[in-house]
Structures are given as C-alpha cells and as structure tokens.
Design a protein around this ligand. Structure first.
Ligand SMILES: [Zn+2]
Length: 361
C-alpha cells in the first residue's frame, strides 16, 4: 500500500482529504469560489457566525480566522491579511475564492495539507533593497535614505543567521544597485531555500502612520492588493511565475516573519499584501518582501537612526525564519517513511543540514 493511502485510512477524520480532492466550486463573476463553511468543517475547523456579515473559524476553542462579507481584509491568528478576492455570501453561506482558500488560508491553518513541501531551509538569500543611485525612499526632514538601512539590517540579519548555522547569500553587500530580476538570479544560482527582501515604506505626505507589511507575489489571476484602491487597474496575470510554485509556502513564510516583526516592533499591522514584484517573480524558492517600518513617519524615521531598532528588526526576521524552518521540520518529521525500495510520495528534496534554532528576539 502506498504510504499516502495508508495515511488516509489511519489519520483522524480530515487528514490529507482536503489536499487530495478538489473541493466543489461555484463560479462568482469570473472567479471560482468554495463554500468556506463546508471546507472548514472538512479540515476540522468549527464555524461561528458573527452577526449576518462575518464568520469566525475556530480550531477547537481557539478563534483562528475572521472573514467578513465583501471584504478582502481578514484576520488570521491575530495577523492582518489581504485576500486576493473579496469574501462573498451566497444563499446564506460564506464563500472564499478557491485560490485564497488553498494558497492563503490552508497554509496557515492546516499546513500539513499543503504538498509538496520545500526543503527545510539551509541557505538563506537576503536582498537589501535599492542601492547605489537608487536611494529608495528618503526621509525629507532627516535626509536619511532607505538604501542605507536596508543594507544595515541585512548585514545584521546575515550575522544572526550565520550564528544560528545557516548559510547566507547577499544580493548586494555594499552600496550599489542591481536589477530586480538579477537579485532573484543571485538567490537561484546559490540554490537558496528562502529569499527575503528588506525594505522600508514611504507614505508621504503622511508622516504619522507607522507599521510593518509583508508582500508576496500574487497567484495567477489575482490582483495586487494596491490595485483594488480607487482608480487602480486589474493587474492580474494569467500565467504562473516561477515563484508561484511555492505559493502556500510564501504564505507560511510571510506569516512567520510578519508575526515576529509585529511582536518585536509593536508599531502597527499594515497587513500581508500581494504585489507583482520583479524581485520575487523569478525565484525558485519561497520568498517575501518585508516593509518593516515607514521611513516617512516621524517616529519610525527617528527610531531607524538607532542601532537598537535596526537590530530589533534583524532579530525579528531571523526569529521568523527560524519559526518557518521549525514548522517545515516538524511537518517533514511527521511524514510517513516510504517502504524499502519505494520512492517517497509527493516529498521533494530531503531536508538540508539542520541549523540550530535561532533564539527569539
Ligand atoms: Zn524599497
């Protein structure tokens, strides 16, 4: 008997069923949707109505997700996340797009159902945003530049990751610019298992808003989060980019880093968003772009001048990467062992040498 089939017999209730069978879909507009109340139940989550316009998904007694009708803005385990399509209500039931269900919700609520799994990361690519003539965003009052801080945080992060046993590759290690696609190529050539691009946001003329956001590449047919704002154009792409092969794991990585950065900085949650970013498109591993603070904000620009704040960001990202690695290790440890002479079922490359667990910031 194939290991996967054995598991279907032995595992409690839902295991793997969600991943191996296509949920029934309903076309709403041009998008395939799933009945989230039925699908949640199928993977062992409880559903609670919050009035007529929202639902809460619970894992045992624990609320794990809140979805609101007509909204893409949701809460998942205390983190803000923007779905690629709005939640819909149809015939009294709540519907979530199939892509959002499989690539954003399941990876965070039932990661064991997301196959295949990438390797437990051993080689980390760090991309300090901008550089050289491209200064990135600037703080007008202080004259500080994004490119300086992205490199500073990246160098700190490199030190922390190496101390934890990871191999690190930097897309740039001094003040020069390089094209976005080349940054992904540096990671791909090094055989990186994970890619993180470090940036700082700017919201001029707003100088008050603070907070972090994490960006991932949209799945095919989904729009960038910003394209939904007034006057925005549908920028969805029909075909998958190389990085879309890792969509569930882009989501897991985004959540892990998002949580640690938010916990460390406590300066506001601007959410996990989708964007067609040239730096992520060609990646052959899971990747995210982190806007950890806002350089146009009076408060965060002042904080960024202190090495303590930049160190705090670096250790939070390091801890997030450690959480992601730990989650993948645990999932891989629970994989059924193939019978002698049998190839592993749906399991890609074996884990690389396991780095030690980075300590919490
Ligand atoms: Zn930037």
């Amino acid at each position: 008997m194939r290991p996967a089939a054995l598991l279907l017999l032995l595992a409690p209730a839902v295991a793997f069923a969600g991943a191996q069978t296509e949920p029934p879909t309903k076309r709403i507009g041009s998008v395939d949707y799933v009945n989230i109340e039925e699908e949640a139940a199928r993977v062992g989550l409880r559903v609670e109505r919050l009035g007529s316009q929202a639902i809460l998904l619970k894992d045992g007694p624990q609320p794990v997700a809140k979805l609101t009708e007509h909204s893409r803005d949701m809460d998942i385990k205390g983190l803000r996340l923007f779905l690629g399509n709005p939640v819909n209500e149809l015939g009294g039931a709540f519907f979530v797009s199939l892509a959002d269900y499989r690539l954003r919700l399941l990876p965070r609520l039932r990661p064991a159902l997301c196959l295949p799994r990438p390797p437990v990361p051993g080689i980390i690519a760090i991309d300090p945003g901008h550089g050289g003539n491209d200064h990135g965003a600037e703080n007008h009052a202080l004259g500080t530049m994004e490119k300086t801080y992205t490199l500073d945080v990246a160098v700190r992060l490199k030190g922390l990751l190496e101390a934890a046993g990871y191999k690190v590759v930097m897309t740039r290690d001094s003040d020069f610019d390089l094209p976005l696609a080349l940054r992904a190529e540096v990671a791909n050539r090094a055989g990186a298992d994970l890619f993180v691009s470090i940036h700082f946001n700017s919201l001029y003329p707003n100088t008050k808003t603070t907070g972090a956001e994490v960006l991932t590449f949209p799945p095919p047919a989904q729009r960038s989060t910003d394209s939904w704002s007034m006057g925005g154009k549908n920028d969805s792409e029909p075909a998958a980019a190389p990085v879309n092969a890792f969509d569930p794991w882009n989501t897991v990585l985004a959540g892990a880093v998002h949580k640690r950065v938010l916990d460390a900085l406590r300066d506001g949650d601007r959410g996990e968003k989708l964007a067609h970013l040239g730096v992520l498109r060609e990646l052959k591993c899971p990747g995210i772009l982190l806007e950890s603070a806002i350089i146009s904000s009076d408060k965060e620009a002042a904080l960024l001048k202190t090495s303590e704040f930049r160190e705090k960001i670096a250790s939070a990202v390091c801890a997030g990467i450690g959480d992601y690695a730990e989650e993948l290790s645990a999932l891989r440890a629970a994989e059924p062992k193939p019978a002698p002479g049998q190839a592993p079922d749906a399991a890609p490359a074996a884990p690389r040498s396991a780095p030690t667990r980075p300590s919490a910031p």
